[in-house]
Design a protein around this ligand. Structure first.
Ligand code: PMP
Length: 432
């Protein structure tokens, strides 16, 4: 009987009905195999074998208030008692839109969807319509959902596969993509303004949009270099290109105004999801009025049967209310700083070259000789096999991490949780 016996049996059973035993590609990489969970509370989550985990995955980011926050659950329950979905408007949806308008600099008008992928898709359609151009620029290592248009240059086997820095290969992420999708795309390394400027000027006549997360949290938790986002903003203004920020991770994590507030650069369009609603399905396409009016008057279609369901709207309202009322972000940054410092110190004491980089509410750890990681190509220096061992050791000791190296913190995490993670990390790092 192993520590994960029941999960193992359920996983074998799941492989007979669910493709790969899971409901999303990213869940396939659970350690030692996809696990089955029974409940979550605060900073902890429990699997079917009765193992307790201090959780730094937080469902890949959404659970900014921790698992099962009572105010979120109560609001969802109360709202669902009255109805689920009206195929029509309701007051709470309007209240959420007005709240987002107040909080997010670019949110002059908005539409709700269910997932980040959908909202990114809508943003690109809108940019193409408004500019009358069809190509867009995306950066290596950035993830904007799993739809065809953006399923390129998300990961790569090696730097060779990525081609030259100045003119990278467009690397498909999956089979099944229409060949013409790659023709709509220009790909560049992130965080290189000079290269971005050269490319944008060369291709201004065909580029509808630049899409970027304001910080590259998915790979390396990389901050934009000083002036990079501002430079993109100026170039897009000058060249008639729509600047889209994908705030699916940064939104409500780096602050109430997302990455655009944190870095003080306002995009034309932005997409939010994840932390906004504590794990309930909702995303937002928010943008400047002169763009969003194309959706308002139906020149650009955005739709969805399930959009703005009561539980999701209620969860978003409750999450945002608690985040504002309890001034959660300053505490998350402070706790994150403690954890990052503690992990750096633990690595130093254990004689390991572990780079700890990021913001606090989200950050990244990985084994690399580099002193900082500034774009996706740098992340290829990470010793992934070693990180898998680190993650496995932590997991067996009751600390749940994401295999890619990103850590998320929630309002439910305490200083004692942070200390537990640091002490355990030191024990494991010594053994690697
Ligand atoms: N953009 C970013 C930056 C993301 O991290 C993700 C999800 N990991 C998405 C878009 C896609 O969102 P969803 O999974 O809700 O479709």
């Amino acid at each position: 009987m192993t520590r994960y016996q029941k999960s193992h049996e359920l996983y074998q059973r799941a492989c007979r009905s669910l493709a790969g035993g899971v409901a999303s590609e990213f869940r396939k990489y659970g350690y030692p195999h996809p696990l089955f969970y029974e409940r979550g509370a605060g900073s902890r989550v429990y699997d079917v074998d009765g193992n307790e985990y201090l959780d730094f995955t937080l469902s890949q980011g959404p659970l900014i208030l921790g698992h099962s926050h009572p105010e979120v659950l109560a609001r969802v329950h109360e709202s669902s008692q009255r109805g689920q979905l009206y195929a029509g408007q309701h007051l709470e949806e309007l209240e959420l839109a007005e709240t987002l308008q107040r909080l997010i600099p670019c949110a002059e008008l908005m539409r709700f969807s269910l997932s980040g992928s959908e909202a990114d898709h809508a943003a690109l359609r809108l940019a193409r319509a408004v500019t009358g151009k069809y190509k867009f620029l995306k950066f290596e290592g950035h993830y904007h959902g799993w739809f065809d248009g953006v399923s390129f240059s998300i990961s790569a086997a090696s730097e060779d596969a990525m081609g030259p820095r100045e003119q990278p290969n467009i690397v498909p992420w999956t089979q099944g993509l229409p060949p013409q999708a790659a023709n709509d795309l220009i790909v560049l390394p992130w965080n290189d303004l000079e290269l971005a400027e050269k490319t944008l000027r060369e291709h201004a006549g065909e580029l509808a949009a630049v899409i970027s997360s304001p910080a590259m949290c998915n790979a390396g938790c990389i901050a934009p270099r000083s002036g990079f986002l501002q430079g993109l903003r100026q170039l897009c203004d000058e060249l008639g290109i729509v600047l889209i920020f994908d705030e699916v991770i940064t939104g409500f994590r780096l602050g109430m105004a997302g990455g655009q507030g944190y870095f003080d650069v306002t995009p034309d369009l932005a997409v939010f999801g994840k932390a906004m609603a504590s794990g309930y399905p909702i995303s937002v396409l928010a943008g400047k009025r002169n763009y969003m009016e194309w959706i308002a008057d139906g020149r650009v279609i955005h739709a969805g049967t399930m959009n703005s369901g009561n539980p999701s709207i209620a969860a978003a309202l409750a999450t945002i209310e608690v985040l504002e009322r309890d001034a959660v972000h300053p505490r998350l940054f402070e706790l994150g700083r403690e954890l990052m410092e503690g992990l750096r110190d633990a690595a130093r004491r254990a004689g390991q070259a572990m780079l700890v980089q990021g913001f606090g509410p989200a950050f990244h750890t990985g084994f690399t000789p580099l002193e900082s990681v500034n774009d996706f190509r740098d992340t290829l220096s990470y010793d992934k096999a070693k990180y898998q061992k680190f993650m496995a050791g932590m997991h067996d000791r009751g600390i749940r991490l994401i295999g890619r190296g990103i850590w998320y913190l929630s309002a439910a995490h305490t200083s004692a949780d942070v200390q537990q993670a640091i002490d355990t990390a030191y024990d494991i790092l010594k053994t690697l």
